[in-house]
Design a protein around this ligand. Structure first.
Ligand code: ADP
Length: 487
């Protein structure tokens, strides 16, 4: 251990004491009520930090998706004709109630998904509420979002979301759809269904009209049933690139709009003139906080060669201070890996990195809990562009560090990936920021910061990371059809 690593402060534990009420079992949320699935089948959702069962959750199939679509269609006839300012009131109510329940929902999110309570409390919940507030504001101003055209709702929207931001993704997808007068059938991820189901309860409490939002839980087959239902007028998917491609094939013969937010292998480029302390924090939060379970995680780091030694030493030191462990402890930086399958995938890629000759740095020596799914934050040096760890999405707290000598080289290497979700640039020079950001093939480029989100700012990818935007005025476009306004 180096002297710097030895200066680590010891904190007492600071466990979150509140425990939300979790039911033994949950039904599907269709037409404003919780109902049994047609097959009566269910699956178990567990706490990845302890392996403990949290609840049984209904397994929906084609018949349930059909029920949900029929309910959404019937509700859509009224919802789409409701005065827009009335639709806005429901969205405002949802936003306010989310804020009121935010502590309970943050704990539930952490228990079901394994992310640190600090993240779910300070990021997921505030942003989820913000999406409802933001889109409530648009509901009666849509004509100003699309100059010269009259926006009309699309109808029933099928929305499929992953496990990394369960409630935030639900809000991110439901809020714009509803603001634009559509109704929704949402399919949460099979490992993290609970917060969406508690959101459904909030919808009941605020008396959102029945059928406007329906939630059908289940795994990939349930998702496929959502995609393939002929009543869907739009599909929005966030998840892996493989499943996204599969969905594109399934919809090839159907004329309905599709948005895909898929995987990434996002580069963070640090120039020698950057504020290095600031860049270290950005790199750390971009890959290690939230276990690297972020589709736009900055998983490739390119450091200008002349500062590489100093930067890597600082990165090691910062990594040694990260706290891995109980996600419900308010001091925890890195929580549990979402599932045993995900952990296995991460471990497989880490050993592949070693086998291919990269050097693993894993100096965080916190004892890991004996149960649950855990992976220490780590990084590799000596990474070649051809190494699997430099090319494939890992979706874990694993960083590949590489160097560059010129801006041209940095851009070329950053862009040499099939993905194009996000990128980060760290430099003191404004002109360099604009030049480089414009040449990076990424849907989002953060400059001297990383992983910053706002409901008013569109997010989405390019290349194999998908298409379409979520958030901001651009995100509304995915939920309307535009008729030319009469002059
Ligand atoms: P991840 O690797 O992030 O888990 P997936 O793409 O496997 O991403 O899953 C994201 C979401 O897509 C989940 O809700 C999952 O159940 C759903 N899903 C998986 N397979 C399919 C499919 N063939 N069609 C539609 N949805 C699917």
């Amino acid at each position: 251990m180096t002297a710097a690593e030895g200066t680590r402060l010891e904190y007492a534990t600071a466990p979150e004491r509140l425990r939300p009420q979790i039911d033994a079992s949950y039904g599907l949320f269709i037409n404003g009520e919780f109902v049994e699935p047609a097959s009566n089948a269910s699956f178990v959702t567990t706490d990845p930090a302890t392996g403990r069962k949290l609840a049984e959750v209904a397994q929906g199939d084609e018949r349930d998706v059909d029920r949900a679509v029929q309910a959404a269609k019937a509700a859509g006839a009224r919802w789409s004709r409701l005065k827009p300012s009335e639709r806005a009131k429901y969205l405002f109510r949802l936003a306010r109630r989310l804020q009121e329940c935010s502590r309970e929902l943050a704990v539930l999110e952490t228990m079901d998904g394994g992310k640190p309570i600090r993240e779910s409390r300070d990021v997921d919940l505030p942003l989820a509420a913000q999406h409802f507030f933001y889109h409530a504001g648009w509901a009666d101003k849509l004509q100003f979002a699309f100059a010269g055209a009259t926006p009309k709702p699309l109808g029933v929207c099928g929305q499929i979301i992953p496990w990394n931001f369960p409630l935030l993704m639900a809000a991110w997808k439901i809020a714009p759809a509803l603001a634009c007068g559509n109704t929704v059938v949402l399919k949460p991820a099979e490992t993290t269904p609970l917060t969406a189901l508690h959101l459904a309860r909030i919808m009941q409490e605020i008396e959102l009209p029945d059928g406007v939002v329906n939630i059908v839980t289940g795994a990939g087959n349930t998702g496929a049933a959502v995609v393939n239902h002929p009543g869907m007028k739009k599909i929005a998917f966030t998840g892996s690139t493989d499943v996204g491609r599969h969905i594109m094939h399934s919809l090839a013969a159907r004329d309905i709009p599709l948005t895909l937010e898929l995987g990434g292998k996002s580069p963070n480029i640090v120039f020698a003139d950057a504020s290095l302390d600031q860049a270290i924090e950005g790199v750390v939060s971009g890959i290690w906080f939230n276990q690297g379970h972020v589709c736009c995680a900055g998983s490739r780091l390119y450091v200008e060669e002349c500062i590489a030694e100093e930067f890597i030493a600082a990165l090691r030191e910062r990594m040694a201070r990260l706290r891995v462990g109980d996600p419900l402890d308010k001091n925890t930086d890195v929580g549990a890996i979402n599932s045993a399958e995900q952990l296995e995938r991460i471990e497989g890629l880490v050993s592949c990195g070693r086998d291919q000759g990269a050097v693993l740095h894993e100096i965080n020596d916190d004892p890991l809990p004996s149960r649950g799914n855990w992976h220490r934050p780590c990084f590799f040096t000596g990474v070649e562009p051809s190494h699997t760890i430099a090319r494939e999405e890992i979706f874990g707290p694993v960083l590949s560090v590489m160097t560059f000598r010129t801006p041209e080289e940095a851009i070329r290497r950053a862009n040499s990936t099939p993905y194009g979700l996000a990128a980060g640039v760290w430099t003191d020079k404004g002109a360099k920021i604009f030049d480089i950001a414009a040449r990076l093939e990424a849907g989002v480029v953060w400059c001297n910061t990383y992983n910053m989100f706002d409901a008013s700012s569109p997010f989405g990818g390019t290349k194999a990371s998908g298409f379409g935007r979520e958030g901001g005025r651009h995100g509304l476009r995915a939920y309307v059809q535009l008729a030319e306004a009469r002059s």
